[in-house]
Ligand binder design. Structure first.
Ligand SMILES: NC(=O)c1ccc[n+]([C@@H]2O[C@H](COP(=O)([O-])OP(=O)(O)OC[C@H]3O[C@@H](n4cnc5c(N)ncnc54)[C@H](OP(=O)(O)O)[C@@H]3O)[C@@H](O)[C@H]2O)c1
Length: 343
């Protein structure tokens, strides 16, 4: 009998589409035997998965930039794993890889998926596996291309980023500082704001939960906002729109304040500020930039190495905590990139 036959794959599947915040009873906890890979494929043991706000959108019915997770399907998640069996010459047992394992302990990756770039070896000399889920992974790529390609910051300009202590936000702000900008974060609570300024070197950080965001923005951005990197949408986006500088750029990266709405998404009432200030607002999806990921990884890994950039992850252990751990993103309990590590 193969040693793999002694293994059991614990999985979490989508049982029902949530209305509002997802709850534990909306998930199914299943087990399956672990099988050998087919010719050209590999078997990966999941080390850690990335918990992302986008997962909430994938649970909804309907068209988006990626198909929804089907009812009964293992919940989709990006992650890092170790190859434990291989029938593909490009991957050997022990390789640490980046893939989309889903919320499960083992994943068989067939040859055709590998051909479609579904599996990458990661270089652990450039960063730890959890950093490969953060600055060197999808959130870092989002920050890099969203800020540089869409936001196009110039030295001396003022960049404001919401969700500043989160995964995408921490890299946006640090990168904007490296590019010579004045950087103002927006985050929930004094602890996150203090960290963003003292540890990450932002020029200022506004605690939006303390109230009067508008006057705090006026004080922190006396010349107006040249680039607003928006991770949260809703009232914060609307308020930042009142402070735009001429020719400002708003990067629509996400709108986490709206993802669990049971009422329609709240759009910006102050959008005529775009007209008055000859400004623009543009959406971005990180997957449009996959061809250029290696360029961004090389640059960001350089900053990690020379100490100009920090990478903070919030690591929770245990597959079974997934339903509650995911909610940390929506109540602001995560401090840094939220990662779920499997034992
Ligand atoms: N377009 C793309 O390709 C792409 C790719 C990756 C991520 N994203 C988007 O980027 C955003 C950030 O993702 P992330 O992975 O970096 O998450 P994250 O910032 O690490 O975690 C989410 C944070 O959002 C804040 N938040 C939650 N509810 C909020 C509300 N009602 N109002 C204001 N802030 C709220 C919380 O921070 P506080 O404690 O500060 O409130 C929470 O910690 C999300 O909108 C995500 O969907 C987009």
């Amino acid at each position: 009998m193969s040693t793999l036959a002694a293994l059991t794959n614990h999985q979490i599947r989508l049982k029902a589409r949530p209305n509002g915040l997802p709850t534990r009873d909306g998930w199914d906890f299943t087990t399956e035997p672990v099988n050998e890979p087919a010719e050209g494929g590999v078997l990966v043991k999941t080390l850690a998965i990335s918990l992302d706000p986008a997962m909430r959108g994938w649970m909804n019915e309907g068209k988006s930039y990626i198909p929804p997770v089907a009812i009964g399907e293992v919940m989709r998640a990006g992650g890092i794993g170790e190859v434990i069996a291989s029938k593909n010459d490009a991957f050997k047992v022990g390789d640490v890889v980046s893939c989309t394992p889903g919320v499960q302990e083992y994943i068989l990756i067939p040859a055709d998926q590998i051909k479609r770039n579904g599996l990458f070896k990661i270089d652990t000399r450039l960063g730890t596996p959890t950093q490969w889920l953060n600055v060197l992974g999808m959130p870092g790529m989002t920050a890099y291309f969203g800020l540089l390609d869409v936001g196009m910051p110039q030295p001396g300009e003022t960049v404001v980023v919401s969700g500043a202590a989160g995964a995408v936000g921490q890299t946006v702000g640090q990168l904007a500082k490296i590019k010579g900008c004045r950087v103002v974060g927006i985050a929930g609570g004094p602890k996150k704001c203090e960290w963003v300024v003292k540890e990450l070197g932002f020029d200022a950080c506004i605690d939006y939960k303390a109230g009067d965001l508008k006057s705090a923005l006026r004080d922190a951005c006396p010349k107006g906002v040249d680039v607003y990197f928006d991770n949260v949408g809703g009232d914060i986006l609307d308020t930042v729109m009142t402070r735009l500088a001429r020719k400002a750029r708003i990067v629509i990266c996400g709108a986490i304040s709206q993802y669990n709405n049971t009422t329609p998404v709240k759009g910006p009432a102050n959008y005529l500020s775009l007209l008055v200030n000859r400004a623009r607002m543009e959406g971005m999806v990180v997957f449009d930039y996959t061809d250029r990921f290696p360029i961004a990884v090389a640059e960001l890994a350089g900053y990690l190495k020379d100490g100009r950039m920090k990478s903070k992850e919030d690591v929770v252990v245990g597959l079974n905590t997934f339903p509650e751990t995911l909610l940390k993103l929506f109540n602001g309990e995560n401090f840094g990139k939220l990662v779920l590590q499997f034992a």
